[in-house]
Design a protein around this ligand. Structure first.
Ligand code: NAP
Length: 314
């Protein structure tokens, strides 16, 4: 029996992947979307998205992704679960390797996003997930009602997480390694002005305490200017120090930069050195990393893919 050859396989269900799905589905290519371990991508862990055009009152991140998913499905997108472990480009159509099967595809659009970066300090790994260390305030914030928590980081994510946590926590320490936030001015102003948020400047995490008890009991920090060490008496630690792009399984097919982000070919944001393989969203963008730019890249990838396929055996 000959294995079915897919027209388009899109890896990832964030803004980039689902926008690529809407466009390729409307081009009648019946895309197959592979859903990994975090369906909907990073936006599903955001409470309110205030800067996606078209929503003057803001929009819930989870709802936005549900709607994109439905929109893509309406035009014939199919979804399957599966984590891609490799892409064989020796022969076209290409072969995607998954743990339990392979999928052959004429076009591959990689929109695998980026995963939260962790600090790597002692105690973090042991207490991650359900024991007090997390990367998602929207998911876990409500567990910390009337408790003191710490957010590590100084970007928009850290400011947003800290502000969200003020709904539950009695106090939120925002621990940043410098003395000014990287976050956009509006977010930085909101965070620094909030009465429940205490800024802990110039400080880096040294260790997370509570491994023996199986639950976070404190965050040990060091002031980088004075070298003074102290322990914040927190029960929850929210790590928000940026992301690592999910590009590893595709490094044979697509060039990456020194931070691991996909590098498209010159003259295009989404085309790669492998004909018929496109990239979109945070896995290929360390500059903008916005929902709307990811969606824009998904659209570009889909349109380029559609044109390439029409010329090369669609
Ligand atoms: P980010 O902007 O890269 O910020 C990461 C923060 O973590 C920086 O403040 C950095 O410090 C700190 N950091 C990095 N490594 C560290 C380490 N090992 N130890 C301690 N601190 C460390 O990441 P992000 O906040 O996740 O934002 C990513 C992108 O998404 C940005 O473009 C952001 O604007 C966007 N975003 C937007 C919104 C919104 O508009 N509502 C919300 C969330 C995210 P330094 O400042 O010293 O480098």
């Amino acid at each position: 029996m000959t294995a079915q050859v897919e027209n388009v396989v899109i890896v990832g269900t964030g803004c980039a992947g689902l926008t690529a799905a809407i466009y390729t589905a409307r081009a009648n290519l019946q895309p197959l979307v592979l859903e990994g371990i975090m369906p909907g991508g990073q936006l599903t862990t955001t409470s309110e998205v205030e800067n996606f055009p078209g929503f003057p009152e803001g929009v819930d991140g989870f709802m936005l992704m549900q709607n994109l998913r439905k929109q893509a499905e309406k035009f014939g997108t199919r979804y399957e679960s599966g984590t891609v472990t490799g892409l064989d480009i020796a022969q076209w159509p290409y072969t995607l390797k998954l743990a339990d099967r392979t999928i052959t595809a004429k076009i591959v659009i990689i929109a695998t996003g980026a995963s939260p970066r962790l600090t790597g300090v002692p105690g973090e790994k042991e207490l991650y997930g359900g024991k007090g260390v997390t990367t998602c305030a929207t998911c876990d914030g409500a567990f910390y009602r009337n408790m003191e928590v710490a957010v590590i980081g100084g970007g928009d994510s850290a400011a947003e997480e800290a502000l969200f946590l003020t709904r539950f926590a009695s106090k939120v320490y925002l621990v940043h390694r410098r003395d000014s936030l990287r976050a956009s001015k509006i977010m930085a102003d909101r965070a620094t002005a909030h009465p429940k948020i205490q800024m802990v400047w110039d400080s880096v995490p040294l260790a997370i305490e509570g491994v023996e008890q199986g639950a976070v009991s404190g965050l040990k920090i060091r002031n980088v200017k004075t070298d003074a060490e102290s322990v914040l008496p927190v029960k929850g630690i929210f790590v928000a120090i940026g992301h690592v792009p999910n590009t590893e399984p595709f490094k044979n097919a697509v060039d990456t930069d020194d931070q691991g982000y996909f590098q498209p070919t010159l003259g295009s944001q989404v085309r790669t050195k492998t004909p018929g393989v496109y990239v979109a969203g945070d896995c290929a963008d360390h500059v903008f990393r916005q929902a709307i730019t990811a969606a824009g890249m998904g659209c570009q990838a889909a349109i380029e893919a559609e044109r390439w396929l029409a010329e090369h055996g669609g």
